[in-house]
Design a protein around this ligand. Structure first.
Ligand code: FAD
Length: 436
């Protein structure tokens, strides 16, 4: 029954992250008919965060995950914990919404970072968090755009980013590829799967009933919705859809209204063999995470055990690229030629959920079905916050969630068909925008 996206991911499931965690025993699949207050679908950051908050407020919660916890983007990502929605996302919000709404959205993202740091502390989540993030420009034109963005962040959001010229970049990373950069002390990076599993452990301790290998394949709507799985069902008052790009890949389309509003874009990562502390310190002395400011971008950072983790957008097809390791190695050595002798021990990939305007897509279908999606490569921090905003909204505090209802989202050209052939076209569209 698995859809196209899952088949592709199956090929690339062995990530460095999976290899560096010890998972708790499998949560048994749902094999009963049960009744709860809220049924959450999807155990990534959004679903786990929402379930955790609701359970803390006294709601009974069932959380259904089609695979294992963190199987989706939350267990595979670049680990870059970023405030905000990226320059494009912010621009979309600012042009569509009044100033105070844009400010409220930004403040929610700052609170998202606060929430992440607080949870790491409160729940003792050991996930190698390190502060510092660099945005880097490859060309003069990109540098000018970066400069404008730094000024904009200071003027509109009072958010300080430190401008770096070529010489100052050397204090952060040993590469002569970039012409300028911006340093963000308020963002950082972490081991994404350790963080995700930590959230799941906290949710379980708070009373959430978690079911792995349990795909929701049908949703019967109404005053008391029913979520059907292969061997059971959940009756509830509210449903939370946090299935990201995979949501409609099992049986019935759970929410056809959402189809085509996000596009899955394949992005891939490699992890080198450990290079030892001295060499890692020489490569990226500040240990900040980094990415360039292209739309289809390269992103990289060091792991706690001194590997280079390097990610890049794949622009040609939804299929896992052939010669993935070689292609990634070329991009990695373009940035860091001195890593050419390092072995690549892991290669994996996933799909980023991109909206047309790159702002997140949060909303409600009727009175009792909530959804969040479309984090557009900025979900590590904000998906968790979106989960909390949904929980607060279910509990009656709707105002902060509704800020995001003000953002209009369009379907990608090709709508429902885009997940198959149109995907290739969409990827070329982004690549072309970077090149022009
Ligand atoms: C390779 C990669 C690198 C990235 N790098 C970064 C980064 O550095 N920084 C950043 O901020 N963001 C990054 N992102 C994006 C970020 O990881 C996501 O925005 C975020 O994890 C989304 O969380 P989520 O909970 O919405 O979805 P997911 O983590 O994808 O979770 C959705 C879950 O729902 C389950 N599911 C779906 N449908 C059903 C169903 N019908 N029944 C049961 N379960 C279902 C899936 O199995 C999945 O586990 C990256 C993404 C990828 C793929």
């Amino acid at each position: 029954m698995a859809g196209l996206l899952q088949k592709e991911l199956g090929v690339l499931e062995k990530s460095y992250y999976e290899a560096s965690v010890v998972r708790a025993p499998l949560c048994a699949p749902l094999q009963e008919s049960m009744a709860v207050d809220v049924c959450v679908i999807g155990a990534g950051y959004a679903g786990l965060s929402c379930a955790l908050e609701l359970a803390r407020m006294g709601y009974t919660v069932a959380l259904l995950e089609a695979h294992r916890i963190g199987w989706g983007a939350s267990g595979r990502n670049g680990g870059q914990a970023l405030v905000g929605f990226g320059a494009e996302g912010e621009h979309a919000i600012e042009t569509q919404c009044p100033r105070e709404v844009a400010r409220a959205a930004w403040d929610a993202s700052i609170d998202g970072m606060r929430l992440l740091r607080q949870r790491i502390g409160d729940y003792g989540i050991d996930c190698d968090y390190i502060s510092g993030y660099l945005t880097l420009a490859l060309r003069k034109r990109k540098s000018e755009a970066l400069r404008r963005w730094v000024e904009h962040m200071a003027r509109v959001y009072d958010y300080p980013l430190q401008w770096l010229d070529r010489a100052q970049i050397a204090g952060h990373l040993n590469s002569d590829r970039f012409v300028s950069g911006a340093y963000d002390a308020g963002s950082g990076h972490l081991h994404p799967l350790k963080y995700c599993l930590g959230l799941a452990a906290a949710a379980r301790r708070a009373g959430v009933r978690l079911f792995e290998n349990t795909a929701a394949f049908r949703l019967e709507r109404g005053r008391e919705p029913v979520v059907k799985t292969a061997e059971g069902e959940v009756r509830c008052r509210y449903v939370v859809l946090a299935g990201n790009v995979y949501l409609g890949e099992f049986g019935d389309e759970l929410a056809p209204e959402l189809r085509g509003r996000i596009m899955p874009v394949g992005t891939y990562m490699v992890a080198t063999e450990p290079m030892g502390q001295a060499r890692a310190d020489a490569l990226m002395p500040g240990r900040a995470a980094a990415s360039d400011n292209n739309l289809v971008l390269d992103y990289f950072r060091l792991s706690a055990d001194h590997r280079l983790l390097f990610g890049a957008g794949e622009t040609y097809s939804a299929k896992a690229p052939r010669n993935l390791v070689e292609r990634m190695r070329v991009r990695m050595t373009d940035v860091f030629p001195q890593t050419g002798d390092l072995g690549v021990e892991f290669a994996w990939g996933g799909f980023v959920d991109i909206t047309m305007n790159r702002a997140p897509d949060l909303g409600r279908l009727g009175n009792n079905i909530y959804y969040v999606q479309g984090f557009s490569g900025h979900g590590l921090v904000f998906a968790g916050m979106a989960g909390k905003l949904m929980a607060d909204s279910i509990a009656g505090e709707t105002s902060r969630f509704e800020v995001f209802n003000r953002i209009r989202h369009r379907r990608f050209p090709g709508g429902a068909m885009l997940r198959a052939p149109g995907l290739v076209l969409g990827m070329w569209y982004y690549k072309l925008r970077d090149l022009l």
